[in-house]
Design a protein around this ligand. Structure first.
Ligand code: HPA
Length: 271
């Protein structure tokens, strides 16, 4: 696998002009617009990058955007690979390996999540302070690539307390309300039953979604500094009102874009 990572990274490096790119962003729900705010120097379709997986989900783009955002060089993934699409964990997390190989040290991610914390409102932004891994397969299962990280990596402070502090300051400045909570990641693609939402609340989750956890585990395996934010697209606080659907998740995700983009710009400019 390391050979494939190097192949992809080597190809992408041709477009970096020998400049440093230390910030990577995975543009999940809520950050699609951020792609438009990047002063783009190059757009690389995933299909043109040797050994890179290719997006299959409708409405999900598959491009690597290279450019400037918040005054910094950034590489952004427009389109990510979900486990529920059928990709093995090695492919779900492959782009994070490649970003690291290119020199990315700070990884920013966003996602849509169901709010299970009863204080959360639809449309809230939640800073991910920690996660619970409920995926059926671990992204580090199998042979460990010792060149990249240890066999048994720690997962305390997986979400950088330093960047969370910066995020809090930026949110205050921009007058954006933030929640802080634990993201429970599971495979999907069905949304949860009321009993499952309740179970997630009981085990300590504040929000639940189908991404992010594998990417963060792999990023932390390689020592990258991570920051994640969820848009709370649906409330699951009262079981009788749960009617989660994909259209609602996308609509609410879209309404969060301006706030999320402004916040990420400010955080990245202060990094
Ligand atoms: N569950 C899982 N993933 C989600 C949800 C949810 O309720 N909302 C948005 N993504």
């Amino acid at each position: 696998m390391y050979e494939k990572i190097k192949n992809s990274a080597e190809y992408i490096a041709h477009f970096l002009n020998n400049e440093e790119y230390t910030i990577g962003i995975i543009l999940g729900t809520g950050l699609g617009e951020l792609g438009k705010s990047i002063e783009i120097k190059h757009t690389l379709p995933y299909s043109t990058i040797p050994d890179f997986p290719v997006s299959t989900v409708q409405g999900h783009k598959g491009n690597l955007l290279i450019g400037k955002f918040g005054g910094k060089n950034v590489i952004a993934m427009q389109g990510r690979f979900h486990f529920y699409e059928g990709y093995p964990m090695t492919e779900v997390t492959f782009p994070v390996r490649v970003l690291h190989e290119i020199g990315v040290k700070h990884l920013f991610v966003s996602n849509a999540a169901g709010g299970v914390n009863t204080n959360y409102l639809v449309g809230d932004l939640m800073v991910i302070t920690d996660h619970i891994n409920l995926f059926p397969e671990h992204p580090l299962r199998g042979h460990n690539l010792d060149e990249l990280g240890p066999r048994f990596p720690g997962m305390t402070d997986a979400y950088s307390p330093r960047i969370i502090k910066i995020a809090n300051e930026c949110a205050r400045q921009l007058d954006i309300k933030l929640q802080h909570g634990v993201y429970a990641g599971l495979q999907g693609p069905s949304f949860e039953t009321p009993a499952e939402y309740n179970w997630i609340r009981v085990i300590g989750g504040d929000a639940v979604g189908m991404s992010t956890v594998p990417e963060i585990i792999v990023a932390r395996h390689m020592g990258m500094e991570c920051f994640g934010m969820s848009v709370i697209t649906n409330s699951t606080a009262s079981p009788e009102l749960i009617k989660t659907n994909h259209a609602e998740v996308q609509d609410i995700g879209n309404t969060a874009q301006p706030r999320m983009t402004a916040l990420f710009r400010e955080i990245i400019s202060k990094l």
